[in-house]
Design a protein around this ligand. Structure first.
Ligand code: SAH
Length: 350
């Protein structure tokens, strides 16, 4: 007698997991690539996959789960950013944001958890606490939902950033499997260096990500401050991982070719943009192929910080430039629909 089989997460299964499963249910592992292509690349139902046949489709359907994700709201903005509010099968909601790039492409910012456990004091998502982690299938299907919307605007989603709700490295196994599906040539088939994981900075997990993907996944560190007391004030989990250990993890992260490490720095006037703070950022970045991504703090109700004026924001940039740091400005997009960084709780929390 065989043990009861765990139903497989159909849309979150890596190709190896899918092959093993198809073997087990009598479909045959050799159908795995075809099934993955049908589900992820063509976006069609099992029953519509050519050469699979109704009996096999049925066997797969009956032995797997594919929780329904529904587009609850599509909120376009004038700058072209589109926020998607996505309802999960249990009623929980997450958000994804389509960010246009160039003329024909788009980046999808997606969520890894409902809410977040990291408690960052400047982030709206933190006010929700952690509700639950998404399954790999729920992570991947955000792209399936977003793809036709991007296509209607003449754009193809070629990049994915884990910068929506949640801390991807605090939900590592699901994040890893979702990346495997997104980058599988028979799956969604994104180029591996087109996936960016943004993290609050968990050194052991950064190491693991480096081992699992050989540095082909881009890393973004939410640094915000390179001075320990300030960082702890913004990011409570920083108390467990000091700035030096984070820096060491970045040094160890395997890098392919000319890949950069993103250092995200949110500009909060008087707190993260003082000359001492910016000098510490410059010291942290030195010796790394790093780009500092400056983000103006996006306000939300109940927060005790102030957003920078455009003058203050530009001044922070000028100072970092003067310190020899490579800087990129991340201007708030989609602010009127609360799609900007750290505001992803607003539409769903109320
Ligand atoms: N948990 C991950 C990814 C989600 S947040 C991380 O911490 O990196 C994506 C980025 O938005 C992070 O750099 C985060 O620090 C930043 N952010 C959060 N709240 C913000 C706010 N109110 N204004 C501007 N950026 C914010």
């Amino acid at each position: 007698m065989t043990a009861a089989m765990e139903p497989l997460d159909l849309y979150g299964a890596t190709r190896a997991q899918l092959a093993e499963h198809l073997d087990r249910v009598g479909v045959g592992a050799h159908h795995a690539a075809r099934v993955a292509r049908g589900l992820h690349r063509q976006g069609i139902a099992l029953e519509a996959i050519r050469d699979l046949g109704p009996r096999h489709a049925r066997a797969i359907r009956d032995s797997t789960t594919s929780p329904e994700l529904r587009l609850a709201q599509v909120l376009p903005t004038e700058d072209g950013t589109t926020k998607l509010v996505i309802a999960l099968a249990d009623g929980a909601r997450v958000e994804a944001v389509i960010i246009p790039g160039g003329t024909k492409r788009a980046t999808l910012c997606l969520s890894s958890q409902v809410g977040c456990a990291m408690g960052c004091t400047f982030c709206a998502t933190a006010t929700m606490g952690l509700v639950r982690g998404l399954s790999p299938g729920e992570i991947v299907r955000q792209l399936h939902l977003a793809r036709p919307i991007a296509a209607a605007a003449g754009r193809r989603i070629t990049r994915v950033v884990f910068m929506g709700m949640g801390e991807p490295l605090h939900h590592y196994a699901a994040t890893r499997d979702a990346i495997a599906v997104l980058t599988d040539m028979n799956g969604v088939a994104l180029a591996r260096d087109s996936v960016t994981v943004s993290t609050v900075g968990l050194p052991a997990r950064i190491d693991q990500l480096g081992r699992d993907f050989g540095g082909q996944v881009q890393l973004a560190l939410s640094l915000h401050s390179a001075r320990q007391p300030t960082r702890e004030r913004l990011i409570p989990t920083a108390a467990r991982h000091d700035v030096a250990s984070l820096r060491a993890a970045l040094d160890r992260y395997p890098r392919r070719g000319r890949a950069f490490i993103m250092l995200e720095v949110v500009v909060i006037p008087g707190l993260t943009d003082t000359p001492d703070e910016l000098a510490a950022i410059a010291a942290f970045a030195s010796g790394l192929p790093a780009i500092v991504n400056l983000i103006p703090w996006n306000p939300f109700g109940g927060a005790s910080f102030r957003a920078p004026t455009s003058g203050e924001f530009v001044e922070a940039r000028r100072r970092l430039d003067a310190l020899g740091v490579r800087v990129r400005l991340r201007l708030p997009r989609g602010r009127e629909v609360a799609a900007a960084c750290g505001q992803l709780a607003l539409a769903t929390a109320g």
